[in-house]
Design a protein around this ligand. Structure first.
Ligand code: SF4
Length: 188
């Protein structure tokens, strides 16, 4: 490499003589960094989502390649977070791909000391049976002579990252069951 080539390859030389006087673009790049590409560039699609960790509800872009989630980053279109994620939200890729993620229903019987694996249909049937039984046992036709037709046997406490549509469906379902205790973490 000649002296002239050596000098002109310096970032500070390129910054002072080129079209990047603030050194934020081409002048700051080395041949190596110039070849680098973002790891999300090869994604097949980007799915909009919401961080599930806390009540802030930051927007996320979920990058998918070959049917698998490959990266989760902040969504610049979100009016809530404008592209930012805190360290927990930035690490939420682990929720989908980490080895600690449970892929099956786990159930611990009353007085049981071990978790049992259940198939989803069995678990759903158990939930339905218990909901019907709890609704029935807590049913009140009247209170102090006033018609109530309600149950105090079931209640709902939603999380703050439930969206409008999920909360709408939860309210419909529990009201149809006769429940009057329908709350959300965001109001508690
Ligand atoms: S990124 Fe952090 S602040 Fe935003 S919703 Fe997730 S946990 Fe909450």
């Amino acid at each position: 490499m000649g002296v002239r080539t050596w000098i002109t390859s310096w970032p500070v030389y390129r910054q002072l003589t080129g079209e990047d006087p603030l050194g934020r673009g081409a002048a700051a790049k080395s041949p190596h960094s110039d070849r680098l590409t973002a790891r999300v560039d090869t994604a097949d699609e980007v799915v909009k989502s919401v961080c599930p960790y806390c009540a802030v509800g930051c927007g996320q872009n979920v990058y998918v390649q070959d049917g698998r989630v490959t990266q989760i980053e902040g969504d610049p279109d979100s009016p809530v977070s404008r592209g930012r994620l805190c360290p927990k939200g930035s690490a939420s890729l682990q929720l989908t791909t980490g080895p600690a993620r449970e892929q099956q229903v786990l159930y611990r019987r009353p007085y049981g000391t071990e978790w049992e694996r259940l198939d989803l249909d069995t678990a759903m049937d158990m939930i339905a049976d218990r909901t019907v039984a709890a609704r029935r046992s807590g049913w009140q036709w009247e209170v102090d002579g006033v018609r109530t037709r309600r149950t105090l046997g079931v209640a709902s406490l939603g999380g703050a990252t439930l969206d409008n549509e999920e909360n709408y469906l939860i309210k419909k379902l529990f009201t149809a069951l006769g429940a009057v205790q329908v709350e959300n973490q965001a109001r508690v």
